[in-house]
Every structure is written in structure tokens, then in C-alpha cells.
Design a protein around this ligand. Structure first.
Ligand code: CU
Length: 120
């Protein structure tokens, strides 16, 4: 039959185990949180038939907003990646980029309008 003292030890050890599990869960939650840096929003202004800035570097998961400040419609179109469709004058369109790499995009209405996003 275990002594009163050894039962106390067993119970203390069990409580310690519970505390350790909670600590591990908390550390894991913090690590997951730290692994996902805050999402940034970048704004590309479309003005005078140009994307500004013409080359932009962003992080995976960032949000990109195109703001059309011209008096005519434009698009931000990257074949296979994203397509804003028509962005009317004075309007915005946004997307989130995930995969690393450089994405060239154009305005399909004005093919001389070219720009790129680099995700890294
Ligand atoms: Cu355009």
C-alpha cells in the first residue's frame, strides 16, 4: 500500500504534467502566431496610364490594392495569377498573393501598361 507521502507525490506529478501540457499548448499557439506575420496592404496607384510603382515587392499573404485614379477604366491582369476585370475610374480592386515569384501583369485595355509584383 503506498504511503500518504507517495500518493501526494503522484498527485503533484500529475498536476505538473497538466501544467506542462498547458505550457506546451501555449508555446505552440505563440509559435503558430509568430509564424504568420501581420498581413500588409500595398496600394498601387493607376494614374496617367501607368501603374505606380511599376515594380513592387511584397510578402506572401500580403494584400495588394489597385486604385484607378485615371478618368478611364483599366485592368490589372496577370495570366494564370489574377485578373481584376475592369476597374472603373475612381474605383479599387484588391487581391492577395501567396506563391513566391515574380508576376508580370498588364492592363488588357492598354497593352503598353506593364508592371510586376515580386512575392518573397
Ligand atoms: Cu489601362
Amino acid at each position: 500500500m503506498p504511503s500518504r507521502s507517495s500518493r501526494r507525490w503522484a498527485r503533484a506529478a500529475s498536476e505538473l504534467g497538466t501544467a506542462a501540457r498547458w505550457a506546451a499548448v501555449s508555446v505552440l499557439a505563440l509559435a503558430v502566431h509568430a509564424a504568420q506575420p501581420a498581413q500588409k496592404t500595398h496600394t498601387i496607384v493607376i494614374e496617367n496610364m501607368q501603374f505606380n510603382p511599376p515594380a513592387l515587392e511584397v510578402a506572401p499573404g500580403d494584400r495588394i490594392v489597385w486604385r484607378n485614379q485615371d478618368l478611364v477604366p483599366h485592368t490589372a491582369t496577370a495570366a494564370g495569377s489574377f485578373d481584376s476585370g475592369t476597374i472603373e475610374a475612381g474605383k479599387t480592386w484588391a487581391t492577395v498573393v501567396a506563391a513566391p515569384g515574380t508576376i508580370a501583369y498588364v492592363c488588357t485595355l492598354h497593352p503598353t501598361m506593364k508592371a510586376s509584383l515580386t512575392v518573397r
